[in-house]
Design a protein around this ligand. Structure first.
Ligand code: CTP
Length: 403
């Protein structure tokens, strides 16, 4: 069993303390162990009881209040933490820690801990821009602390600007990413190019040809690769999905636009995963004005689009190349053929007829066919889980190719 990750949340005095309460709950719901330390000012906003109830643990507030005589509380909790998150982080706590001041529970813990420290600043926009605060943040960065940038927008003091603490959902993602990154050293900074979704091939201003791809598989791969620490570019056709955290998304419509977006970024990529369902045909003629109906049938002549994956297969130098195949039958034969014709390292093939697999849904059953003949079956699972397996195998191939 994986060891539970220990997150020490240091709460300092700002109105965003309410978001820290929501974050505590989210961390607990996501399986983290959470302990909370609060400053005097934080307790002016919310009592420790809120955090005690949410974390189901005592809250650390006073360095001199030693509840357990066998331990020194600030040392014990600092050693317990796998990660320390200061949220909200006020200008005051940033200044104190940057200058080595330890005059309360939170700052004493921060000087003691050897765990990585993340800060989510929250303050007035002018305080955030003050040269003293800027200098202190630079100092903390030089210690290896990481900052979760505040958002722009309405501030509780009535100002508009940068200073709103990141939302609890975003902080949760950052915490998750921190641990996933630590477990995936191979992925740090790898340039991953992923395609997702359908393409849209225009007939006239109101009509187009498309397919049933939802983009969920490609987006799940992009989200997981970014969480692992890769530098991810996601070229996506029209889908109704939010861009995953830390992913650079390029939105395209047609197969031709996808071709341009992908081929121009290909030279820099380390690993390319083509999960998009690209149209193989598009209308030969497109009309500027809406087509009016007439008597009789309408014939739309279709012409072939460029095969992006095949083009990449021809151009590849150092890149690891992975394609998808959605088949109704004879999956293995077609998948193996695609490995050869498109010169890819692996095809992730799924049956579009198997229940719970393929387009639209949240689950998928896949078989990975590798160029070296290896075949790996991924039984029906969430697309988010399948994404992990696909990436694991992509990295195996990539590491072998580099050798
Ligand atoms: N692909 C592509 N460019 C196209 C068409 C497909 O890059 N114009 C990619 C897809 O992103 C996917 C793989 O090729 O990774 C799918 O292969 P393809 O042979 O096009 O699949 P199907 O259209 O399902 O196959 P076929 O019509 O040959 O049965």
């Amino acid at each position: 069993m994986e060891k539970t990750k220990n997150v020490l949340l240091c709460v300092t005095g700002g109105i965003a303390v309410f978001k820290a309460a929501a974050l505590t709950s989210k961390l607990i719901q996501n399986g983290f162990s959470v302990k909370v330390a609060m400053t005097e000012s934080a307790m002016e906003f919310v009592t420790p009881l809120t955090f005690q109830a949410l974390s189901r643990d005592r809250v650390y507030t006073n360095t001199f209040e030693e509840q357990d005589p066998s331990k020194i509380a600030h040392v014990d909790v600092a050693d317990w933490a796998d990660l320390v998150l200061i949220a909200p982080a006020t200008a005051n706590v940033i200044g104190k820690v940057a200058n080595g001041i330890a005059d309360d529970m939170v700052t004493t813990i921060l000087l003691k801990t050897t765990a990585p420290v993340m800060l989510a600043p929250a303050m007035n926009v002018h305080m955030y821009d003050h040269p003293a605060v800027r200098n202190n943040m630079e100092t903390l960065r030089s210690f290896g602390y990481t900052f979760i940038e505040p958002n722009e927008g309405y501030l509780a003091c009535g100002y508009e600007g940068k200073g709103r603490m990141a939302e609890p959902e975003d902080l949760l993602e950052m915490v998750k990413h921190h641990f996933i990154k630590a477990e995936n050293p191979d992925w740090q900074g790898k340039k991953i190019l992923i395609t997702a979704g359908p393409t849209r091939e225009t007939v006239d201003p109101v009509r187009f040809f498309t397919n049933r791809s939802s983009g969920k598989m490609g987006f799940a791969i992009a989200a997981e690769a970014a969480a692992r620490g890769a530098d991810v570019t996601l070229v996506s056709g029209p889908v109704s999905l939010d861009t995953p955290h830390g992913v650079n998304r390029i939105s395209v419509e047609s197969a031709e636009e996808m071709f341009q977006a992908v081929t121009s970024r290909f030279p820099d990529a380390d690993i390319v995963i083509k999960a998009a369902a690209v149209a193989d045909y598009r209308p030969k003629l497109t009309y500027d004005k809406k087509l009016k109906k007439k008597e009789g049938n309408l014939n739309v002549e279709m012409e072939r689009t460029k095969d992006i994956l095949k083009t990449l297969g021809e151009q590849r130098v150092h890149q690891t190349l992975i394609g998808f195949a959605a088949e109704s039958d004879d999956i293995e034969t077609y998948a193996k053929k695609k490995i050869e014709t498109k010169r890819v390292d692996m095809i992730a093939a799924n049956s579009i007829t198997a229940p719970g697999s393929g387009f639209q849904g949240d689950t998928n059953e896949l078989t990975l066919f590798k160029r070296n003949g290896e075949v790996i079956h991924i039984p029906m699972t969430a697309k988010t889980e399948a994404a992990k397996k696909i990436l694991d195998e992509a990295m195996v191939i990539h590491s072998e190719e580099k050798r």
